[in-house]
Design a protein around this ligand. Structure first.
Ligand SMILES: Nc1ncnc2c1ncn2[C@@H]1O[C@H](COP(=O)(O)OP(=O)(O)OP(=O)(O)O)[C@@H](O)[C@H]1O
Ligand SMILES: Nc1nc2c(c(=O)[nH]1)N[C@H]1C(S)=C(S)[C@@H](COP(=O)(O)O)O[C@H]1N2
Length: 202
């Protein structure tokens, strides 16, 4: 039994073609794969695969937060400038407050990978006691933005490093990360001692 707090995470893949079955959705598996490596908490996932339609994306986000009780919701896809890219608008439509630093930092990180990073209009917002973050649609961009480039000189922290403390501040569960994947940052005063693991000395 884990003594880390349980967390509920919503994953929303916004893709016309994946939702229509034209291609296999790789967004949700990529999100689960990265989060599964990064988080030590027991996680329950709620997933949605939706087309690029603003009402459907907003509805998915609001029900994941209000009804399913997600602490964190990550979207992938639909952040670009094409007419059907509406994920940022759908996210802002359900926002209580904006968290502009996440989008700013993701575009900076992504510039290290692709010159078209600035084409992503991704946003992050708070709704109730949940954080909602947009990621780009390219499946490989998920690990790129969440993890950054920890081996680069100087290292580029991924945006997930700031997610646990943000969730603390909005009243959510205490997220613990595997430092080999993501070194979460909290001010010293906010760091809690790690819970004892079964089999570890008392
Ligand atoms: N959910 C997904 N699963 C697999 N590949 C994806 C997914 N979403 C995007 N991609 C890939 O990343 C590219 C850029 O993503 P983008 O969100 O701009 O898609 P798009 O061109 O709007 O198409 P669609 O909405 O039909 O996925 C896509 O052209 C596709 O190759
Ligand atoms: N890390 C990362 N960021 C990225 C990309 C990428 O491949 N990797 N693709 C860019 C491109 S080409 C576009 S058009 C925008 C928006 O993508 P979306 O519409 O798939 O969300 O994200 C940008 N950000």
């Amino acid at each position: 039994m884990s003594s880390f707090e349980p967390v509920k995470i919503g994953l929303v893949s916004v893709s016309d073609r994946a939702s229509a079955g034209v291609y296999e959705d790789k967004g949700i598996p990529a999100l689960r794969e990265w989060l599964g490596r990064a988080l030590r908490n027991p996680v329950t996932y709620e997933t949605r695969l939706v087309p690029d339609e603003q009402p459907q994306v907003s509805e998915a986000l609001s029900t994941l937060v209000d009804d399913a009780g997600c602490d964190l919701v990550l979207t992938t896809g639909g952040t670009g400038p094409a007419p059907r890219d509406i994920t940022p608008e759908a996210t802002l439509a359900v926002a209580d407050r904006e968290m502009p630093g996440f989008g700013e930092q993701m575009r900076q990180i992504s510039l290290r990978f692709v010159p078209t990073a600035i084409l992503s209009r991704q946003v992050a917002v708070i709704r109730g006691r949940a954080l909602i973050i947009n990621l780009p649609g390219q499946p490989k961009s998920i690990a790129e933005t969440l993890q950054g480039l920890p081996q680069a000189e100087p290292p580029v922290p991924g945006i997930f490093a700031a997610v646990p403390y943000c969730i603390d501040l909005i009243g959510g569960p205490y997220l613990e990360t595997d430092p080999a994947v993501c070194q979460a940052f909290r001010p010293k005063s906010a760091v809690r001692p790690a819970p004892a693991q079964p089999g570890s000395p008392q």
